[in-house]
Design a protein around this ligand. Structure first.
Ligand code: PA5
Length: 477
């Protein structure tokens, strides 16, 4: 049994099936391409490290914040005894990391376990302002015994603030105004924003979203670590895993540094080989949330209209999530025989945390005999190998990231690996991987449409744009 507290990196990255040797020069990355890009990677590595030394790239320091981790563990220890339910309210970078971590490292039916067997409160997320889900969640939680954690870096995102105001009112109605304030924790900017203002005004306990770090890079801060600690996850092991990957991925050589290698292979596959889609396909239900978290990171960081140098580039590779083996029965037909426009990253696990042997098939059905003595994890892993083989045989480039076991340390490693991969990919695409002007445009339009003060001009523009002729509208008769 792997305890997950090892401070050495444990992930394996095998990109042989993404090379020209395996899938041909039309579809695979060649040694010459990597050779060619290596000096750029070295130069960008130097720039990133220089920026870090100058106080930028602050996301790299998050694994070191042990004092904060101690504080979160202490807070969570107390709250785990006190609360039956925990509701996280946040969206995008303010919830995906926590969801991924908790899905990876806790029992899949955690909320259905009896209270005495579950390590901490039941976990619910309000991200979408979907009235049906919000109503159902508030109906099912035990409000007098519920901790609400509202998470927003900007302190003003409409979805989060609306869901929070609804939940806050429900809590107040259940326990009264004074007590409700004690059951709310805010994770937000330490100084700025509407939530910070409200937290100060109402006296909520608050934890910081680190300034200078984008929402999607905050999983290793209080944003992701408080929910993890509340659900009984060893956050020190998570941070140690991230630090182990940071050490391993500290060199400038594209062939040695796993994050830079993944960045270069994806970038080359997209820009030289027409692989404009990057599929992440874990072979473990527990890792599906990680694929979702990575999808946001890759999309928001690289999907940019402007290059750093100012010209229009419309950069980015579309990230897609798939789940093995389920999507072998849904997506793999397309991936092996449809357009050859994808790089597929499989994620494997050497040893699953449960061992389930297949019971002997009844005599008289000889075609099921091959399952005699089989084990489900072995079947799932062989399906991964079979998929890698099928993809490679069809000249579809693919690579595999393997972890020995799904542990807090391995998940911390994967978080750090993908974050550094994304920053280097931004450098190769010559775009700024930080900031999200496209997201902000939609947020501002929402404020305008909802009548927020200060957005009147945008509201007029939107209203004009929405009142064209109805020629393309098909309405019920
Ligand atoms: O990565 C990002 O910055 C975004 O996805 C944000 O996390 C998301 O828009 C939510 O923003 P906020 O945390 O300010 O509520």
């Amino acid at each position: 049994m792997n305890t997950g507290t090892d401070d050495r990196s444990q992930l394996t990255i095998d990109y042989r099936n993404a090379t020209a040797d395996a899938v041909g020069s039309e579809h695979g990355v060649s040694a010459a391409m990597l050779e060619e890009i290596a000096p750029t990677v070295v130069a960008e590595h130097t720039r990133i490290m220089t920026e870090h030394a100058a106080g930028e790239q602050r996301w790299m320091d998050l694994p070191d914040n042990r004092a904060l981790a101690d504080e979160l563990v202490a807070f969570a220890g107390d709250a785990r005894d006190r609360y039956r339910d925990y509701v996280l309210i946040g969206i995008g970078g303010s919830s995906l990391g926590a969801i991924a971590t908790i899905q990876a490292l806790t029992n899949p039916w955690r909320n259905l376990q009896p209270d005495e067997r579950r390590d901490g409160p039941r976990f619910f997320v309000l991200d979408n302002p979907d009235p049906e889900k919000v109503r159902a969640t508030l109906d099912v939680v035990d409000l007098p015994n519920t901790l609400i954690n509202v998470v927003t870096k900007s302190g003003q995102t409409a979805e989060t603030m609306a869901n929070f105001l609804v939940a806050r009112a429900a809590l107040e109605a259940a326990v009264g105004s004074d007590q409700s304030r004690r059951q709310i924790v805010a994770t937000t900017d330490p100084k700025d924003g509407l939530l910070r203002q409200l937290a100060d005004q109402e006296g909520y306990r608050a934890f910081p979203v680190p300034p200078g770090v984008d929402g999607r890079q905050t999983v290793l801060s209080a944003v992701g670590m408080l929910p993890a600690a509340l659900c009984g996850i060893d956050i020190h092991a998570l941070l140690a895993g991230a630090a182990a990957m940071r050490t391993r991925a500290s060199g400038p050589d594209v062939r040695e540094n796993p994050a830079y290698l993944l960045a270069a292979v994806s970038y080359l596959a997209d820009t030289r080989l027409g692989k404009s889609i990057l599929v992440t396909m874990p072979y473990a239900d527990a890792l599906f949330g990680m694929a979702d978290w990575f999808r946001q990171l890759w999309a928001e960081s690289l999907g940019k209209r402007l290059a750093i140098t100012g010209e229009e580039v419309f950069a980015g590779q579309t990230p897609v999530k798939a789940l093995g083996a389920i999507d072998q029965h849904s997506q793999i037909q397309l991936y092996t025989e449809g357009p050859n426009d994808k790089l597929i990253a499989l994620v494997g696990v050497d040893q699953y945390r449960a061992r389930v042997e297949v019971s002997d098939p009844p005599a008289g059905i000889p075609d099921l005999a091959y399952l005699r003595g089989a084990e489900l994890g072995q079947l799932l892993d062989r399906e991964r190998l079979a998929t890698a083989w099928a993809l490679t045989s069809a000249a579809r480039p693919n690579l595999t990231i393997t972890m020995p076991e799904i542990t807090a340390a391995a998940i911390g490693e994967l978080f750090y690996l993908h974050q550094l991969q994304t920053v280097m990919a931004g450098a190769l695409y010559n775009v700024n991987p930080f900031g999200q002007p496209g997201v902000e445009a939609g947020k501002n339009a929402t404020y305008a449409l909802m009548g927020r003060a200060g957005y009147e001009e945008l509201r007029r523009e939107l209203t004009r744009a929405n009142t064209g002729e109805g020629r393309f509208v098909v309405a019920p008769g």
